[in-house]
Design a protein. Structure first.
Length: 417
């Protein structure tokens, strides 16, 4: 009886794996499921390539990052997904690691999405070998770093802007101090030359020389005013200015300044409102911008002055956003030769250019006046595509200053200096 029972038990176990092997297989399946779940849920793209650097495994994440189905990638190499120049660059970096069968650190590289746009990755990997120690390929991950690169670029631009602001502040302090001393000296020159001219007969042979001294003194006095404008230390007499009406009254004079080969078009925005500025300095600002645009179009062209009311200033990458509030936007656009990045970055520095007159202080004084008036100024330009100045003045709220009167346009022909 006992023998029969023993044979029966053996028959029940025929073909069944040993308990230890079954446990191992279950553990293997669990490990594979865990690995698969991890690979499919991780935000990075996990991959495997063979000894010829051809993909043998691609995680589904590639679908979200590059727009390809995993099966479309298998058999391709990473370099097939890159622009030609980028593939050559990355091969040079990857080659020495592959030759030595070494792990490679993060390599930044750009891949082409299925729709054509570039996607920036950070790729790292390590070699793997079979049971006999033969090299079989690499396993690794690609991490999309576009957001990080944009953040780094924004930080870099912000740092550059901060350095620019500090430089302008330092130049402004130096310029303001020099302007005050120079103004004191020129007061003596112009004062004594005027006194000599009043005492000197018209036929005196020395009179032309004294007149030259007097004119030079007056020109130097003008220069000190430009220096003070740039350093934001000039004396302003702000008034409420109805912007559209002011520009309309000045447009004829601006056209005369631009000359017959350049058309000046005024495009008033609906209800541009009022701003509180010094009207005399506003006129000088407009004439300098028009003169600068005219000089950029020696063969003729068009200058467009447009106004609009905006609820906020559009952010500029790398530049600290201005505070919220309503602004009147003045856009001055030309079809001229434009500027490269180096010239654009230096356009508001004193003496960086002499094209617009005022001893190279035309545009720097515009910058100083706008900033001293509580406004903001930005310039967009590139070679052959013209230049656009965007100037934002805070909207004037009469409730805050009920006694202010509205300023009508000033008469007179503007000058470029």
């Amino acid at each position: 009886m006992s023998v029969t029972t023993d044979m029966s038990d053996r028959g029940n176990r025929v073909g069944a794996p040993p308990k230890g092997l079954a446990d191992a297989e279950a553990a293997l399946r669990e490990s594979e499921e865990r690995y698969r779940a991890l690979v499919e849920t991780v935000s990075d793209w996990v991959w495997e390539v063979d000894e010829n650097v051809a993909y043998t495994f691609v995680s589904p994440r590639v679908r979200d990052l590059l727009g390809y189905e995993p099966g479309e990638i298998l058999g391709k190499t990473p370099f097939d997904l890159m622009p030609t120049d980028e593939a050559l660059r990355v091969k040079e970096i990857f080659g020495p690691y592959a030759a030595k069968r070494e792990p490679f650190p993060s390599i930044e590289n750009a891949n082409l999405h299925k729709d054509g746009h570039l996607v920036v990755f950070e790729t790292s990997g390590a070699p793997f070998f079979d049971a006999n120690g033969a090299f079989r390929g690499y396993r690794g991950v690609d991490r999309e770093i576009g957001a990080r690169k944009r953040a780094e670029e924004a930080i870099r631009r912000s740092e550059e802007h901060l350095l620019q602001v500090r430089k302008f502040e330092a130049i402004g302090r130096l310029t303001g101090g020099m302007a005050h001393h120079l103004n004191n000296l020129m007061t003596v020159v112009t004062g004594y030359s005027e006194l000599l001219l009043t005492r000197m007969p018209a036929a005196d042979p020395m009179r032309p020389d004294i007149e030259k001294v007097h004119r030079a003194g007056e020109r130097a006095a003008d220069l000190t005013r430009e220096l003070l404008a740039f350093s934001r230390q000039q004396v302003l007499r702000p008034q409420a200015v109805e912007f559209n009406r002011y520009l309309s009254g000045l447009s004829r004079a601006l056209q005369d300044l631009a000359g017959p080969s350049v058309a000046v078009r005024f495009l008033p925005g609906e209800d541009a409102g009022e701003i509180r500025v010094d009207p005399d300095h506003l006129r000088r600002t407009l004439t300098r911008l028009v003169a600068n645009a005219r000089d950029a179009m020696p063969g003729g062209g068009e200058i467009r002055l447009a106004t609009a009311t905006v609820e906020r200033i559009e952010p500029v990458e790398g530049i600290e956003s201005p505070p919220p509030g309503r602004f009147v936007l003045l856009t001055v656009q030309d079809d001229g030769c434009g500027m490269d990045a180096e010239a654009r970055n230096r356009i508001f520095e004193p003496f960086s250019s002499l094209k617009s007159g005022s001893e190279g202080l035309g545009l720097p004084s515009v910058y100083g006046f706008v900033k001293q008036s509580g406004g903001y100024i930005f310039v967009d330009s590139s070679p052959g595509r013209g230049t656009t100045f965007r100037i934002y003045f805070p909207c004037f709220d009469r409730i805050t200053d009920p006694g202010a009167g509205s300023m009508s346009p000033l008469a007179g022909t503007p000058d470029a200096g």
